[in-house]
Design a protein around this ligand. Structure first.
Ligand code: BG6
Length: 497
């Protein structure tokens, strides 16, 4: 394989809630993800309803909250960073926990121990020449904002959020060059609790929708839900744009990206109705970057709002704020593609939360996600043509069930095969003329799964000896993919064998 461009940022990605643990340590407050309780190794639990939060509180002592333990990165970060450095990482994606700095989100000044913790982590990364890539909000918000405002539905969150992000810029600008505002901003319209701390009171275990066009809800609930979700999204757009503007004014050396979940879609047949469905859903996937990178709402979404009676309260001067807060680069997570049909009755669930058709030409992971490196190449080309910005691939990877063999080893050749094909697709996209800054595969060290709050879905190059109940030594060990990725980085992508 041809070498990657000099300076390509090879690395791996994590988030605070999924690795840190120490959730109640040293003054940290609880975030809404700290209330997600375990319901079994295969049961998605990020679709909390009001009753679920009530239960989490009422039965707090008896329930299991894996995010509160993470993998104990809070105490073991030095050992973990040394392992990443051994693989040759140039970049490490992590997030800062809002509630470790501002426990309720409303404090005037941040918690000094929290502030120091992140300085220590950044210092440790720089010791090995690893650039931190920091997500300011990887889904987490202070739980009080759920109770008081129903999360991002309220504009009242914008002020505290911008206070928090301005603090991050001021405090860490000399240690962190690359920032992302919201992780997978499109999740707020797909998974209300996860992406926005929004509690719905109608009983639906899964919303089973990713896009307004494939909603399984009855019409009235759909309008209600679309209004809440898009209102919350608008508040996040504004909060993000104000953050970007602040960073550009106060720390021009920093680069700020958006972050969305890229989802490539194929029409099931060449029937024009299927092709149109794929087109409109692709437009929806691009919409988040149209606003954050292009700086304005596309006309089609305004028309969608009008047609469906979705009334959004836009912030004063929102057009100016969005224009002034355009991001410097795009970033994305990419795991799977899927197939869409114009016939809603024939849609299926793929994996935890997406209602789509299976693609007979693709293989599927242990968790039902369809593996498609070519779709990544196609989408990267489309993004180049539309936005003309550098792109950072900040999540990609294969979640699998894994148990060490008799010698305590994990032979994860399936992960190596997955990553190899995706790296090839990225190399091809670079040859196609796409400007790609770096690649940070997800869960470079095993962590708590987001959808399942479980340790049974593992992504890492490094194995962590911990189970869903918190049993285990939490010792770290190297999987086969650890040695493989080390070679990939050392050869700057040339040696993928
Ligand atoms: C992304 C999230 O959606 O997917 C991560 O940004 C998450 O937080 C990752 O962990 C994989 O999902 P899961 O459910 O397999 O952990």
């Amino acid at each position: 394989m041809k070498r990657f461009p000099d300076g390509f940022l090879w690395g791996g990605a994590t988030s605070a809630a999924q690795i840190e643990g120490g959730r109640c340590a040293d003054g940290k407050g609880l975030s809404h993800l700290d209330y997600v309780y375990y319901r079994g190794p295969k049961t998605p639990c990020n679709f909390m309803m009001k009753a679920d939060l009530e239960k989490a509180r009422a039965e707090e002592a008896a329930l299991n909250f894996p995010n509160r333990r993470g993998i104990d990165f809070y105490h073991r970060y030095k050992e973990d960073i040394a392992l990443l450095a051994e693989m040759g990482f140039k970049s490490f994606r992590m997030s800062v926990s809002w509630t470790r700095l501002f426990p309720t989100g409303l404090e005037e000044t941040p918690d000094p121990e929290g502030v120091e913790f992140y300085h220590n982590v950044f210092r440790e990364l720089h010791k090995y020449g690893i650039e931190p890539l920091v997500t300011m909000c990887h889904y987490e918000l202070p739980i009080g904002f759920v109770d008081k405002y129903n999360g991002w539905v309220s504009k009242e969150l914008i002020g505290p959020f911008v206070k928090y992000t301005s603090f991050l810029i001021d405090e860490y600008k000399d240690e962190v060059r690359y920032w992302l505002t919201f992780n997978e901003i499109n999740m707020v319209t797909a998974v209300p609790w996860l992406g926005g701390g929004i509690l719905l009171d109608y009983d639906k275990p899964y919303i089973l929708r990713m896009y307004p066009f494939s909603n399984a809800l009855p019409e009235e609930q759909k309008r209600h839900w679309d209004t809440l979700a898009h209102q919350a999204l608008h508040h996040q757009f504004i909060a993000s744009a104000l953050t970007v503007r602040y960073a550009h004014e106060h720390a021009p050396q920093c680069l700020i990206g958006n972050m969305f979940n890229l989802h490539h879609l194929y029409p099931e047949t060449p029937a024009p109705a299927d092709a149109f469905r794929a087109h409109e859903e692709t437009e929806y996937n691009m919409f988040f970057s149209d606003v954050m990178a292009g700086g304005s709402y596309p006309e089609w979404i305004m028309s969608y709002y009008r047609k469906h009676g979705i009334h959004i309260e836009f912030a004063d001067n929102f057009e100016k704020i969005l224009q002034e807060g355009r991001v410097d680069f795009l970033s994305l997570s990419y795991y799977l593609s899927s197939v869409v049909t114009a016939d809603p009755k024939r849609q299926e669930r793929i994996g935890a939360f997406i209602r789509r058709m299976q693609n007979p030409y693709l293989q599927t992971s242990d968790f039902g996600w369809q593996i498609d490196p070519t779709a990544l190449r196609i989408s990267l080309n489309e993004l180049r043509d539309r936005f003309h910005l550098p792109i950072y691939i900040v999540e990609n990877g294969l979640g699998a069930f894994e148990e060490p063999d008799a010698e305590g080893k994990i032979h994860d050749d399936y992960r190596i095969a997955y990553l190899r094909e995706h790296i090839k697709a990225i190399r091809e996209a670079i040859d196609d003329g796409v400007d790609i800054m770096g690649y940070t595969p997800w869960g470079c060290i095993d962590l708590v799964s987001c959808s399942l709050v479980s340790m049974t879905k593992r992504y890492g190059f490094v194995y962590v000896d911990a189970d869903d109940e918190g049993n285990g030594t939490y010792d770290r060990s190297r999987k086969d993919s650890f040695y493989w990725y080390k070679k990939v980085i050392a050869s700057n992508g040339e040696d993928l064998d």
